[in-house]
Design a protein around this ligand. Sequence first.
Ligand SMILES: Nc1nc2c(ncn2[C@@H]2O[C@H](COP(=O)(O)OP(=O)(O)OP(=O)(O)O)[C@@H](O)[C@H]2O)c(=O)[nH]1
Ligand SMILES: [Mg+2]
Ligand SMILES: [Zn+2]
Length: 308
Amino acid sequence: MFEGIIIKSTGSWYTVKDSEGNYIDCKIKGQFRIKGIRTTNPLAIGDRVYFKKDGDAGLITKIEERKNYIIRKATKLSKQSHIIATNIDQAIIIATLAAPRTSTGFIDRFLVTAEAYHIPAIIVFNKIDLYNEKLFHSLNEIKKIYEDAGYSCYEVSVLEKKNLDLIFKLVENKVSLFSGHSGVGKSALINQIEPGLNLKTGEISAMHKKGKHTTTFAEMIELKCGGFIIDTPGIKEFGLIHFEKEEVAERFPEMRRYMHSCKFNNCTHVHEPGCAVIEALENGFVSKSRYQNYLNILNDDYFSITEY
Ligand SMILES: Nc1nc2c(ncn2[C@@H]2O[C@H](COP(=O)(O)OP(=O)(O)OP(=O)(O)O)[C@@H](O)[C@H]2O)c(=O)[nH]1
Ligand SMILES: [Mg+2]
Ligand SMILES: [Zn+2]
């Protein structure tokens, strides 16, 4: 029996990298299911698997328990889900206060999604070479909000190679998911991390052109420093998952700290008397911007999120 990690999936075939660094094309044998949800693909990139050799190919017979996974609906109206990736160490949102400016609404939606998937999230503000004094002032305010909430923030300029060493350290030997609006500099940053890749930058990425249902093909970018970056078409939808109203507050770590002291245990933290979250807001322990975005998430639904 051999052990490895799935780094590419093309439908019925999986490329597995074994512990010695060999790549083996594998098929699967047997059934792999996540309890409680119906999925179109049994395994996905990031899965740690055991396989038998079968000539040049391999036969996956067992999967190690997943630490987390991200899914999307197979199609808009489908009850089935598609697993995009599994065993993700961290989700990194590339944001910027220069163009195209990332709103805190978008950042909070991303963070809430990462919390729901149990993936630690990190915020990287790019393009600081374009910031004037006023934007640096906003950056400091925004960073304080997120650091107080418990998230690490970085400020970088991919163009001027500022603070990139910190990002290299961050991704080393980890499986990182990159996300962020089109044009914030994801490909430019990945090119700095892994220069041989030569990803195209500054143009509409191929993913847009291919249309909606391209996620059957997913691949992790392997880093020479060890580790992987996940950059698949499906990631575009990271942050678009639907939440039950009751679970949203729990996805805000700083609100989670107070909500157990609310007078009513079904408190929505919107208008109830004796709400400990509102009290924390009034005392400055929960930021106004985060709280406003909490209210916005409560009010939106799956299809209105693209407005951020
Ligand atoms: N001034 C400045 N421009 C940058 C920086 N980083 C990236 N850019 C530019 O921003 C533009 C978009 O960068 P990309 O890397 O293509 O953006 P992306 O996030 O990959 O966009 P999509 O692939 O469409 O999602 C390019 O013209 C880059 O040269 C930076 O730190 N400063
Ligand atoms: Mg790109
Ligand atoms: Zn409350």
